[in-house]
Design a protein around this ligand. Structure first.
Ligand SMILES: Cc1cc2nc3c(=O)[nH]c(=O)nc-3n(C[C@H](O)[C@H](O)[C@H](O)COP(=O)(O)O)c2cc1C
Length: 241
């Protein structure tokens, strides 16, 4: 079984890609999931050098067998800190294999997201890495750590990540423009069900996990981060060869 969380589609792509190679079933953590004892793949995007709050909540609610082969794939713009140790702390055991996969950056709070050329280049570099990792998973190799941790990884995951979670703005910086057509996609797509349509327009509650799916996936480009009009990003099949 491969379980994933994804805001803008990168991690969903990675989960489906590895499941297709290993022949496993793939599920979004919002679905009903029955885990098997054989293998568990955990796939998610990196948020401030750690895992997203919904994935942490999901993992806290499951029990992972000591003989299950467990691996993690975290997708990120560039690096992942000690996200693998964070996962191990939550599931209470070592991972057999872990991979960080640099994919297009969707962190619109920080600036423009990746353009099409950059996105294609990242998928081109990432696909062989993912396939190499998948072969190791198929062989049930142990101690696999294909990770780009970045500078000061301990500090980033153990100090900056909790501070990021603490300071999450719960979508209060998110705004919409006149381009909003009240389609409700933002509310439907929100993984924490934090968006309600009031008078036909999105209103954000207090359970935002900062996945920025609402901004990046809006077909009308009607949702903004504050006053910024930045380039959005979400996964498209055409980015992958
Ligand atoms: C709130 C937030 C924080 C992020 N923090 C990091 C980070 O610390 N390091 C990094 O390399 N990428 C970071 N990213 C980029 C994402 O991890 C990356 O784009 C990921 O592939 C998105 O996956 P998804 O499409 O499945 O949501 C961040 C993105 C968001 C929205």
């Amino acid at each position: 079984m491969v379980v994933y969380f994804s805001g803008t589609g990168n991690s969903k792509w990675a989960a489906k890609e590895i499941a297709a190679i290993t022949g496993d079933t793939v599920k979004n953590i919002s679905e009903d999931i029955t885990l098997d004892d054989e293998v568990l793949g955990i796939v998610f995007p990196i948020y401030a050098w750690g895992m997203p709050a919904p994935m942490e909540k999901y993992l806290k609610g499951i029990s992972v067998g000591k003989n299950t082969y467990v691996y993690m794939i975290c997708t990120c713009g560039s690096n992942c800190g000690y996200a693998d140790s964070q996962v191990e702390g939550v599931i209470g055991r070592k991972l057999n294999a872990s991979l960080s996969l640099a994919l297009p950056n969707n962190y619109i709070q920080g600036g423009n997201c990746e353009d099409e050329k950059g996105a294609k280049a990242k998928f081109k570099a990432a696909k062989p890495l993912l396939h190499e990792f998948a072969e190791k998973v198929k062989k049930r190799e142990n101690g696999v750590a294909m990770l780009t941790r970045g500078p000061l990884p301990h500090l980033m995951t153990s100090v900056v990540h909790p501070l990021f979670n603490f300071g999450m703005d719960s979508g209060k910086s998110f705004t919409f423009t006149d381009a909003c057509i009240s389609c409700g996609k933002c509310a439907k797509d929100c993984p924490t069900k934090n968006i309600q349509l009031v008078d036909g327009h999105p209103v954000w509650g207090k359970e935002c996990c900062n996945c920025v799916a609402c901004i990046n996936n809006c077909d009308m480009n009607a949702i903004k981060y504050g006053k910024h009009d930045r380039r959005t990003y979400h996964f498209k099949e055409e980015y992958v060869d």
